[in-house]
Every structure is written in C-alpha cells, then in structure tokens.
Design a protein around this ligand. Structure first.
Ligand SMILES: [Fe+2]
Length: 625
C-alpha cells in the first residue's frame, strides 16, 4: 500500500511517501524551488502544492502518482470551516476593506478554505509541465483516495509513529493548525487517544512569533535567532511581567492575556537595526516564560498519561533550549522530538497516520479521528535518521564536473583527506548521501570546520553572512558524547537531530572554543556510524589528527537560500562563497590558495616546506589511476 503525504496549507510545503508502513522518501519543496520555506503562510498561497517534492518522492520509490493508493493532506478544512462546511459556495471579497470579517476571523479565510478544499483538483491537474511524467493519469477522485487529516493529528503522528517508543505521551506545540495551537495525546498498546487541545487565539507559538516580529526578525522563520539571543539576555528583567500574561488552567489548558509588546519591551526593533541589551532581555524573558509554561503543561501530561516517555512535534519543538530544559526536568525518562517538527513534518505524519489506519482491516475512513482511543496497525519503522531526501551517485556527480569543466580530484580516502584539510583550518562544503528531511543539516548537506580555532565561529557567520551572535553546532561520534558534553546518558545517549542543547564539559570547553555558545552550552549532534558512516569516519579521522573528535556543523547554504539539494546547488554555493573546498561524493574541489597563503609559502621555514611537500604527496596518492 502506497500513501503520499502532503503539507501545503501554510508553509514548509513538503511531501512524504510511505510504503506498507515504512517511509521511503520525504523532502521539502524549498530545496527544489530554492524559495525558503516553500512559500509564505498566507491565504493567497494555500493553493500551491509541493509538486517538486511530490515528484521526488515518487521518483525515489520508482512509482507514479497513478500508483498511489492514498493521498493524505495535513489539514482538515472541515475543522476550519465549522458551520460553513456544508455550504456549496463561499463569497470572496473583491474590495476587502468593504468587508467586515463577520463570522470569519479574517476576510480572506474563505479564499484560504476554498484553496484547501480544492487541493485534490489542484493535485490532479496543476502540476507544471516539466513534472507531468510521474503526475499524470489521475483525477481528483482517483484512482487514489484523497484524505484531509487534522493538522495537529499529523504533527502528533509524526512524533509517536516515528519515535523509538512503543508507548508514550505525545505533545504538539505550534502557531496554529485549523484551530488548535497545543495538543496532547497518548499512544499505548497500539492505540492513540487525544487528551485535549488548546485553541487559538491562545498559542505559545503565536506569542513567540509576535515577539520575533517585534525584535526585527521574520516570524515563522527566524524564531531560532530569538532563542540564540535569549542566552545573552537577562531573563529576570521582564520574566515576571510577561509571566503575568500566562494563565494556566486545568487539564493542560492555558490562556494568554492581551499583551502590548511595545509597552512592555519598548519600541519594536527595525529589521537590520542595532541590537540593544533590551532586545536581548526581551528574548530572554520570552524564552524563560515559554520554558516555564511548557514545563507546567508537560507536568500535567506526565501525570495524566502515566507514561515515562514523551514524543513531541510542532514548530515550537524546534526550540532546543526548551527541549533540553524538559529533558533535564526529570518529568519524563526520555524525550524524543520529530526532526521535521515544523509543518514539513506533517506531510510525514499525515502519511504515517493514514497508512497505519488503512493497513488495519475493516477501516472504512482512515483519516477519521474523533478523539479515540483508536487502533493502529503494528509499526514497522522508527526514525533513526532523517536522510530521506534525494541522493546522487558518484557517476552522476563526476559527469557533471566533467561537463562543467571543473578541476577536481577523486579521493581514495575521503575521510582522511577531508579531516586533514579541516585540521589545517579549512572550511569545507560536505555533500554526501541523501539529503536531510527537516530544517537541520546533519552531515549530508553541511558546512564543516574545526572547533579548535577561536575565530572559527565568526568566520563561519561571515561566510554565511549571518548575525554575530549566531552560534554554530558541534557534531561528535555518538559513542564519545560523554567525553565532551553533559548530560551524556539522557535520551539513551543519543541526539541525532541537533534538537537539544548540552553543557560543554568545563575542562573541555577551552579545547573547542568555536563550538561553545556564550552560556557554555552547545546544540549537539551525535553521529551514528550505522546511519551516517561517512560523517562518523570523518569525525574519527579528525580526532586522530587533533585529539578532538568534534567538528562544527552548520547548514550548507548561502544567505537567504535553503540548504543545497543537488550537486549543481552545491557547486553554486561553493563558487559564490569563501569556502575553501568542496567534498562532494568521492570528489574534492579546491579554491586557489589565497595571496596571503602564497606569501607564507614563499617565506616558509624548512620544516614547514617539508610538511607541505608531505601533504602534496598525500594528495597525489589520493588521485585514482
Ligand atoms: Fe503546524
């Protein structure tokens, strides 16, 4: 049974393909169209479907859309339409200023709803010409069955049907779905049951978005910058004042009182304007209140579920500082977060849910969910890695390099050659295997550098044209986590998705100055040799050379663009940034040495010249016959 999941209602458009209980592909539209987040979350863009991501999922599975049994769309317009759900027509405003919203929250809600309701027709006939091959031969009514699945149910399913837990409490926190902003559930004995929801306008995600806008950043995109700023602010200055706007209620509920941000934090910061201490303090207060609130909600969920493990999703669950606080709170034994916790992950959740329901004999409507408990077919998969996007063979990469007449070297030992250059201080684009699903680069489309050099963080931020305060993240072999970071035993001593911060062990911090945030923490990725052997081998080689098996890992992209997807994208990014080298599959591309390096070479001492000669010999040996 083949199930295609689609996220398209808001942003982070994405597709996922599940075959008989196992995802075979998942990717985000932005990586193909090169438009960050795919689109803006506006009513006017709700019609756009992620055709490139859909096409890629079908291609990876070797099937066409006409072969798909179920299409699962991660938004249920019936929940949004309410009393309008049965109406055959809706009125659209031609002069919106003349319209009072009436029973709609927004005058454009009917437009948004009409676009979503007609997604099956858009899927059947809206594919661009260059993607027709795999997407033709279907109608809006088949041969597949099209299902609208509740947005938060999709987030929840993306967590508990992907986590390592056989049973767990489940929590989703995002801006909003149809109506919900926070939801709770429990997965136990093969059944899922809802434990309640918090509805808009009360939304921790929307509060975080509002403050993000107030601090001069792009909401629904730059929230992680506010999280990074929070570490440099005074969380006590406005924490209590902000906390008074949060009203905790029974059964996991909360309300947010009206809040005048300018009255509390002062005037909004202009985009790109100077960063003042009050901006950092506002970020710190927001982060503190988010963490405190979520701890309260999680405490309730722990007691009512009675289960020791927690799975989470929703855009707020990308907040790795909050996640760490939850991990360290002792409320749950283990916390697992879906790596595509934002809306992209709902494509995967929608497909997993419909697949798990449809595989159960006798299920008439696989998308139907009234709160449960509802039985699901036995799981056949757990998410050990996020490498679900497209990959490229050496043969294809080399053909491109030859066609483009680019000089390159085929490496005999990719890990050793790359590690040596990183140890010399080079900054390297690292393109290996299948692309990551979710917002983090996890060693498939990464920029790598040595954490030993104090100026490396600033150099990387300059290279990526990012703000000075942005930290960079360390990757470490999974089995060596405890040598460098704490608490090492938490969550089965694994952090494969860079979704939790750790303390850098004080005696190790001076050895990896560029990997430490200003508060002594680091957003760690543990690398498993079973799921990313190339990256693991590189970390080991780097450790042999330097004594430090840790590398800085930041996403492989240039300013304002999504993470690279194809070899062409990687070449473009390599040649338009000051990256020193690109390691792509088995191939190495290098930039000419800078003038300063040449001058050093001219005047270098005898030992230095010998070292360089040895290095060049090693290079020659790497070239394949
Ligand atoms: Fe969401």
């Amino acid at each position: 049974m083949i199930t295609l999941g689609i996220n398209a209602a808001f942003h982070d458009s994405a597709a996922a393909l599940v075959v008989d209980g196992e995802p075979v592909a998942a990717s985000e539209e932005e990586r193909f169209t090169r438009i960050k987040h795919g689109k803006r979350p506006l009513p006017f863009t709700a019609w756009e479907l992620p055709f490139h991501a859909i096409d890629d999922c079908l291609r990876q599975a070797g099937v066409a859309l006409a072969d798909v049994d179920h299409v699962a769309y991660s938004y249920d317009p019936a929940r949004f339409l309410g009393a309008h759900a049965g109406e055959p027509t809706l009125s659209l405003p031609l002069r919106p200023s003349a319209h009072a919203p009436g029973e709609w929250e927004n005058v454009w809600d009917p437009l948004f709803a009409a676009y979503v309701v007609n997604a099956p027709r858009q899927l059947a006939s809206g594919a661009p010409h260059h993607l027709r091959e795999r997407l033709q031969g279907v109608r809006h009514d088949g041969p597949h069955r099209f299902h609208f699945v509740g947005h938060h149910l999709c987030h929840q399913a993306s967590a508990f049907l992907a986590s390592p837990f056989e049973q767990c409490a489940v929590m989703t926190l995002d801006g909003r779905g149809e109506r919900a902003s926070t939801s709770y559930g429990v997965y136990r004995d093969g059944h899922y049951e809802s434990l309640g929801e918090v509805l808009v306008p009360h939304s921790l995600g929307l509060l975080y978005e509002r403050v993000t806008t107030h601090l001069g950043f792009l909401h629904s995109s730059d929230e992680y910058k506010v999280m990074a700023m929070a570490a440099m602010g005074d969380r006590h200055r406005w924490r209590d004042a902000l906390w008074r706007h949060v009203r905790l209620q029974a059964a996991g509920g909360y309300e947010l009182a009206p809040l005048d941000l300018a009255a509390l934090f002062g005037p909004a910061r202009e985009r790109g304007g100077p960063m003042e201490q009050r901006h950092l303090d506002a970020a710190a207060a927001l982060q503190a209140v988010l963490e405190d609130t979520v701890l309260e909600l999680a405490g309730w969920l722990r007691s009512v579920s009675g289960l020791p493990d927690l799975a989470m999703a929703g855009g707020v669950a990308l907040n790795c500082v909050m996640n760490a606080r939850l991990r360290d709170s002792g409320l749950f034994d283990r916390v697992w977060v879906q790596p595509a916790a934002g809306d992209a992950g709902t494509a995967l959740g929608a497909a997993l849910w419909v697949d798990a329901r449809a595989r159960l004999p006798g299920t008439a409507d696989p998308a139907r969910f009234d709160g449960g408990p509802l039985a699901l077919a036995p799981r056949r998969w757990r998410m050990d890695h996020a490498y679900l996007g497209p990959g490229f063979e050496d043969e294809d990469i080399e053909a491109l390099l030859q066609w483009a007449r680019l000089p390159y070297t085929r490496l005999g030992d990719v890990a050793s050659a790359t590690a040596r250059r990183l140890a010399e201080g080079q900054v390297i684009g690292w393109f290996q295997g299948r692309m990551e699903f979710g917002p983090r680069a996890l060693g498939a489309r990464s920029i790598l550098a040595s954490p030993l050099l104090p100026g490396m963080q600033a150099r990387l931020n300059e290279l990526k044209d990012r703000e000075d305060f942005r930290p960079v993240a360390p990757a470490v072999p999974q089995e060596r986590l405890g040598e460098w970071f704490s608490p090492a035993e938490a969550n089965d001593a694994r952090a494969p998705f860079m979704l939790f911060v750790y303390d850098v062990l004080p005696h190790q911090a001076p050895r990896i100055p560029s990997a430490c945030h200003s508060d002594g923490t680091a957003r760690v990725q543990t690398v498993d040799p079973a799921t990313n052997p190339a990256f693991h081998a590189l970390l080991e080689r780097f450790g042999e050379l330097t004594g430090v098996p840790v590398l800085i890992n930041t996403s492989f992209n240039v300013r304002g663009e999504p993470i690279v997807c194809t070899p062409q994208d990687a070449l473009h990014a390599f040649h338009s940034t000051p990256l020193d080298a690109l390691v792509i599959g088995s191939f190495l591309l290098e930039k000419p040495r800078r003038a300063a390096s040449s001058a050093t070479r001219e005047g270098s001492s005898a030992p230095a010249r010998e070292a360089e000669a040895a290095h060049d010999d090693a290079l020659a040996a790497e070239v394949a016959p």
